[in-house]
Design a protein around this ligand. Structure first.
Ligand code: CP
Length: 365
């Protein structure tokens, strides 16, 4: 059995200096990448007071509520976890013994697979439940569904639901940690976090950048999480889209509303294109898709209005040649697949922080 590692020792170096680690432990410590994560999880956030931020929340429901320090903690922790996926054996034992339930009531490719892979790379057990194959189709309530799953002693629930507020409803009633994987038109916090991670990685900072979000803002939980997160982190956010696809209270979100695409693209460091969400639009909010493409579809020609260094982002899935032309989606400035890669590291960080795991004999084996 491995040596017990006292939780007061925060770094690999201090463990070596105190003679707590021997060569076998050193290898184990490296294997599970704990050093970086521990160092990040206790890093000083205020150099004047020396105060340290700790993750104290049971749930991750949205970015509106998080502090700058909490967002930075998640992004810094994700940086440590990104390396795990480059190893030959892409697994660390950080969440061994934990059970994570993916409860998806809406379709998903990226978010569901990314959460499943994140849990598996942290050595957790994973259950995948979709509404179409669960007893929800027989009339079982959301609360009963989760109460029955929790009765099997699960630890965390990742939920995507078509109703805004569903994760908050469960968080207030359940023992498990709840992670919002997208609730209606409200929030998609891990998307916002992975987007901020990607911007920081590609451009070196978030504060002071012009981030232009183009498209269907009104129906987009991705837009809401990004606006709350990016504004909090000091970015200048500009939104642009047809008036019918802008929320009426957009002026309360500390963003600039561009009157046309050219204005939004001028000087943009980040061009963030949103999917047209026809499934959430009740009635005719757009005269025709062709007209939308003409005025708001981002293509190579229109991108001449943006600086040549501007990066292109999209949360996926892309309606190719509607909101985003293929020559831009697949072009040299696109970081769309890097967003997906980073999503895995960010979700590993979120699950890790929510589990609040301690360094113990069990996790260091
Ligand atoms: N970005 C995003 O949420 O994609 P999925 O719907 O495929 O999960």
């Amino acid at each position: 059995m491995a040596r017990r590692i006292p939780s007061r020792y925060r770094s690999y170096r201090s463990l070596i200096e105190r003679g707590t680690l021997k060569s076998g432990d050193r290898q184990r410590w490296r294997e599970w990448g704990r050093t970086n994560v521990e160092a990040v999880a206790t890093k000083p956030v205020n150099t004047q007071t020396g105060s340290r931020v700790k993750w104290n929340r049971k749930d991750l429901l949205g970015l509106e509520d998080l502090t700058v320090e909490e967002i930075e903690l998640i992004l810094d922790t994700a940086e440590s976890f990104k390396e795990v996926s480059t190893r030959a054996i892409k697994k660390v034992p950080a969440l061994r013994g934990k059970t994570i339930v993916n409860l998806f009531f809406e379709p998903s490719t990226r978010t569901r697979t990314s959460f499943e892979l994140a849990a598996k790379r942290l050595s957790a057990d994973v259950l995948n439940v979709s509404s179409s194959t669960s007893s929800v189709v027989k009339g079982e309530t959301l609360h009963d569904t989760l109460a029955n799953i929790e009765a099997m002693k699960t630890d965390m629930v990742v939920i995507r639901h078509l109703s805004s507020g569903a994760p908050h409803f469960l968080a207030a009633r359940c023992r498990s940690s709840i992670v919002n994987a997208g609730d209606g038109m409200h929030e998609h916090p891990t998307q916002g976090l992975l987007d901020m991670f990607t911007i920081r990685e590609k451009l070196g900072r978030i504060a002071g950048l012009k981030v232009s979000i183009i498209g269907d803002i009104a129906h987009s939980r991705v837009a809401r999480s990004n606006i709350w997160g990016l504004v909090k982190m000091g970015a200048h956010v500009t939104v642009c889209g047809p008036a019918t696809l802008l929320p009426p209270d957009i002026h309360k979100m500390n963003v600039t509303v561009a009157s046309n695409l050219r204005e939004a693209l001028a000087g943009a460091d980040v061009v963030y294109v949103l999917r047209i969400q026809l499934e959430r639009q009740n009635g005719k909010l757009l005269p025709t898709i062709r007209e939308y493409v003409r005025f708001f579809g981002v293509d190579k020609e229109k991108m001449r209005a943006a600086p040549p260094t501007a990066i292109i982002m999209h949360p996926g899935p892309i309606n190719r040649n509607v909101e985003l032309a293929s020559d831009v989606a697949d072009g040299p400035n696109s970081v769309i697949l890097e967003q997906v890669t980073n999503g895995l590291a960010v979700r590993m960080a979120v699950l890790y922080l929510l589990a609040g795991s301690e360094v113990t004999d069990e996790t260091s084996d």
